[in-house]
Write a protein of this length. Structure first.
Length: 536
């Protein structure tokens, strides 16, 4: 689509790759990481996360930690695995513990604006400073160099970053570290925590993401993630899970003599009571009631919890984090009901149902537009996003701006939005994935998937190549009379900036006084691109 000319703006939308000029202190460190194998950039090999001969070599990670003095033994940890919800559950739990006054280390991935986001420290939960990260890197670089050489260059970007996070947590004497697994569990680089250091293991959800890397079935994915369960350590299950999947976890926990708490158990009653706005941004008011009698005696009633993170799935993540906090309290940790309530309310993550401010929208050249960012990239997360939008803005008309990685289920993603969203237009575009194009899906390929999905669902669309579509755009008659105004517009457009501007024009012309939202989704990398452009 080359019909529209976009006027130059003072800030352009950049690719995912960071500019060293914004954090010059980290130039050497980032260059070092760039020379290592990065599976976020190139994709994960088949069976990499399974406990097999093809799986990641956890022994390599253990040898690296030995060389660094085994910093992972210097703090207690909560280890979180799962297909979706890991980062949000980690954010909720870390915020609860910080609110109680604990010094908390938190390690998550991927990042959105800066790699420093992956490691947060202390009682305020700020990303690690560039100075602290750089000082540690230069201090241990000789050890890292030696380790890389001894491992024949096989140490990865994620392994080195994980080791540095654990070293920082030990160095800063954190009271507890909340650690998100990268891929699977059993063979993930984070799975070097011993039973003596593990305060609790958490498994949030099970879905088909990274299917090939985790053995090819939901059962093999569950087995891989159950690898974080340790002897005698509490296991918190998020869920809900299919019965046979839950039995995999229960059987593993039983074999490890690990007590289990289910956040989806019959005694747990959580509900969204309504959605309101504060300072122009929506929040959901929730009740969370946890009552557990198996393995533990846990009870809490939290009423009118105002969650900034929206959606039923985020309520489930909040309930899961609450169960973890109650488990820790049962084990002697000081955690009050008030800290749990306040910690949940203050938790927030970039790129999860995030609404831009009016100033940010204007900076993008879209004054007055309502813009939502969400890194949904699976069938399940697409459905959760559609449900969240319908709950928050039930009458809203949408313009989607979508960019996705090549290893995602594009058809399933498209079906969820086409069958559930009130779509005026969908612009399929492209951004770099983890700083490279190797995993980027072309805009035209995405468009073809959406066209096919719309045909399967019996939904009429207007798309490139149709004479009706060309006439519509040549005349800029987005709300012209006739059938076209009832059809969703599908367009492949390489430029994210053009996609945003034209999507906004279509919404304004077609919806008039109706509520309308531009939704930027498909990957945290497109979210990152937009947010990075706002930094100047």
């Amino acid at each position: 689509m080359k019909i529209f000319r976009v006027v130059s703006h003072k800030r352009t939308l950049l690719g995912f790759k960071r500019s060293f000029s914004t954090e010059p202190e980290l130039k050497d460190f980032l260059n070092y990481l760039d020379n290592l194998k990065n599976y976020e950039k190139c994709g994960v090999p088949k069976d990499a996360g399974t406990d097999s001969s093809h799986g990641f070599d956890l022994g390599r990670m253990n040898r690296l930690m030995d060389r660094l003095g085994n910093p992972e033994t210097g703090f207690k940890a909560v280890h979180i695995a799962g297909t979706k919800g890991k980062g949000s559950t980690a954010a909720f739990l870390a915020n609860i513990l910080r609110t109680e006054g604990y010094a908390v280390g938190c390690y998550t991935s991927p990042h959105v604006r800066t790699i420093r986001e992956r490691i947060s420290l202390g009682k305020l939960g700020e990303p690690v400073s560039a100075k602290a990260l750089n000082c540690l890197f230069h201090r241990i670089k000789p050890i890292l160099d030696e380790a890389v050489a001894l491992e024949n260059g096989r140490l990865s970007h994620f392994e080195i970053l994980t080791a540095m996070a654990f070293k920082l947590f030990a160095q800063e004497n954190v009271d507890v570290a909340v650690i998100e697994a990268g891929l699977g569990g059993a063979r993930d680089a984070t799975n070097i925590i011993s039973s003596s250091g593990l305060a609790a293991a958490v498994i949030t959800t099970i879905g088909e993401e990274h299917l090939a890397a985790l053995g090819g079935s939901l059962e093999s994915i569950a087995m891989a993630k159950s690898g974080i369960i340790k002897q005698g350590c509490p296991l918190v299950l998020g869920g809900p899970f299919l019965p046979h999947i839950e039995h995999i976890f229960l059987d593993k926990a039983s074999s490890m003599c690990s007590p289990v708490v289910s956040a989806s158990g019959p005694g747990n009653r959580s509900a969204v009571k309504g959605v309101s706005k504060s300072n122009g941004k929506p929040f959901q008011s929730c009740d969370i009631v946890i009552e557990v009698e198996r393995d533990f005696k846990l009870f809490i009633e939290l009423f009118d919890v105002k969650l900034q993170m929206l959606g039923i799935h985020q309520l489930q993540n909040a309930a899961t984090a609450t169960c973890v906090a109650l488990c820790l309290r049962d084990k002697g940790w000081r955690i009050s009901d008030e800290s749990i309530h306040a910690g949940l309310e203050h938790a927030y993550l970039l790129g999860r149902s995030q609404f831009l401010t009016s100033t940010e929208a204007e900076t993008l050249g879209l004054p007055g537009a309502t813009i939502m960012l969400d890194g949904a990239h699976t069938k399940e997360s697409a459905k959760a996003l559609v449900d969240t939008i319908q709950m928050t803005f039930p009458e809203a008309r949408l313009a989607l701006i979508v960019a996705m990685a090549s290893d995602k289920d594009h058809m399933a993603f498209a079906r969820e939005f086409l069958s559930g969203g009130q779509l005026e237009a969908v612009f399929l575009t492209e951004v770099n994935i983890a700083g490279a194009k190797s995993r980027t899906t072309s805009a035209s390929m995405l468009r073809d998937c959406w066209i096919q999905a719309s045909k399967e669902l019996g939904i009429n669309t207007l798309h490139d190549g149709m004479e009706e579509y060309q006439k519509l755009f040549e005349n800029q008659s987005f709300c012209s009379a006739g059938e076209s105004k009832h059809k969703t517009i599908l367009a492949a457009e390489n430029s994210l900036l053009v996609s945003l501007r034209v999507g906004n024009q279509i919404l304004r012309a077609r919806t008039r006084d109706q509520t309308s939202i531009i939704v930027i989704t498909g990957s945290l990398h497109i979210v990152s691109t937009v947010l990075s452009s706002l930094l100047g």
